[in-house]
Design a protein around this ligand. Structure first.
Ligand code: CAO
Length: 247
């Protein structure tokens, strides 16, 4: 059967050794699998990525206060972002559904299992933290720590990487101002997080002030979600983050 790719030029194989010294290395099984999943998701989902910077000055101050008062239960910004995402999934349930293979129905979910992209040596794993709606920020932080440690040391069973509703992919500890995260099908959206930075701006009275801004990139499946939904998601996300309680 012909499809939209049947007219494509073949992959440009080349003998690189004619240009200089080269070495061929095998790609590990996990990365090969991840590559195939990425390939399928990238070519079969019409992705759009909505970028926004949100003001995290207040929540970061509250997080620092919490960490100083609770050195045994320190949290990074990531579990707070998970908690805010759950609130927005409740507000905009379109982001918590899955599209059928033929595109004719969506399955609406009323549970909140959140995928967290974890960078491991063998590839990229996405453990799923279950029932984030009923877990506290510190419980979510503990689950992320546990799963990312296991992912980085002995790997994870498929049961720990299935059933996710929505994924967060944080490069915040490294850098970046934005990227296009690939949707983790059958989910319909994924939130990419880059490094927070101080930005000088004018307040309502025209006074210069410095605010801590977090760059976010929301990729969504345009068969299910429209641009206005994504813009609303981001505004609601920023508001939900302000309401996150530490416990
Ligand atoms: N802006 C600024 N600093 C940030 C930040 C952000 N958005 N996010 C995290 N940081 C800081 C943390 O606060 C921490 O600093 P301190 O040690 O001073 O507290 C430091 O960066 C390290 O954070 P972390 O990585 O230990 O914790 P995390 O909760 O942010 O992330 C994990 C955990 C497992 C998700 C992360 O280590 C990881 O593997 N991320 C990679 C995901 C990835 O590869 N995504 C791309 C997928 S597409 O190919």
């Amino acid at each position: 059967m012909s499809n939209k790719f049947s007219n494509m030029f073949p992959w440009p194989e080349d003998d690189f050794s004619q240009y200089g010294a080269v070495e061929q290395k095998a790609i590990g099984k996990i990365q090969q699998h991840v590559g195939k999943v990425m390939d399928r998701n990238w070519v079969s989902i019409p992705h759009v990525t909505h970028h926004d910077d949100i003001d995290i000055t207040a929540i970061e101050q509250r997080r620092k206060d919490w960490n100083s008062a609770n050195p045994e239960q320190k949290v990074s910004i990531l579990p707070c972002l998970v908690k805010a995402a759950v609130e927005v999934l409740k507000q905009y349930p379109k982001f918590n559904c899955s599209l059928s293979a033929d595109g004719s129905t969506v399955t609406q979910k009323s549970y909140y299992h959140m995928g967290i992209a974890v960078d491991v040596e063998s590839g990229l794993l996405v453990p799923v933290v279950r029932d984030c709606d009923v877990k506290s920020v510190t419980e979510i932080a503990a689950d992320i720590n546990d799963m990312s440690t296991r992912a980085k040391t002995k790997g994870l069973p498929m049961s720990d990487m299935s059933g996710g509703c929505f994924t967060l992919s944080s490069l915040g500890h490294i850098g970046g101002t934005g990227f296009t995260p690939i949707i983790n099908a059958p989910e319909v959206a994924i939130l990419g997080v880059c490094k927070a930075r101080q930005v000088v701006s004018l307040d309502a009275k025209g006074q210069v002030e410095s605010r801590l801004m977090l760059p976010l990139s929301l990729s969504y499946d345009h068969r299910v979600i429209n641009g206005a939904d994504a813009a609303r998601f981001m505004v609601a996300f920023s508001e939900a983050l302000e309401r996150v309680e530490f416990s």
